[in-house]
Design a protein around this ligand. Structure first.
Ligand code: FMN
Length: 130
């Protein structure tokens, strides 16, 4: 899982797909944190993306870097603990102007039953489950 974290961190931007009814939705995301051995992302409860995740936690993310791309499919689980949110905010000082761990808006989710696939045009795909 650490290689998944490292890839997403180095790529800086990944694209998070959710579903809303029968309509896929996708947008750029950047936050990623390793906390207590789990892979976390961050958003705000006021956003549509948050509402979509709560209605259907099955998501997929995709990032591309240096000729290789990574997809991570799985379910997101909300972690409402302040320490999980603070760990994320500590990793992104730039977010601290917009978000606080106890502001009632900040939320973090970790991946459960995730399948990560590293792909390129030159190698066989490599699959990591966590
Ligand atoms: C490079 C980049 C990284 C972003 N990272 C995040 C992020 O980690 N979390 C987040 O909630 N929004 C992030 N955003 C903003 C969302 O893409 C934006 O709020 C989007 O509209 C949310 O999707 P929604 O409109 O379906 O709710 C990022 C935007 C950009 C351009």
């Amino acid at each position: 899982m650490e290689e998944v974290y490292r890839f997403l961190k180095e790529a800086e931007t990944y694209y998070l797909a959710t579903v809303e009814g029968d309509q896929p939705r996708v947008r750029p995301f950047g936050t990623v944190d390793l906390f207590e051995g789990k892979l976390y992302i961050q958003t705000g409860k006021v956003k549509s993306v948050s509402k979509q995740i709560h209605a259907n936690p099955k998501v997929e993310i995709c990032a591309f870097m240096n000729g290789e791309w990574l997809r991570v499919a799985g379910k997101l689980v909300e972690d409402d603990r302040l320490e999980a949110k603070q760990s994320m905010l500590d990793a992104y000082p730039s977010l601290q102007g917009m978000y606080k761990a106890d502001d009632g808006n900040t939320e973090v989710f970790y991946f459960k039953n995730a399948t990560a696939t590293f792909s390129s045009f030159t190698k066989e795909p490599e699959v990591v489950k966590f």
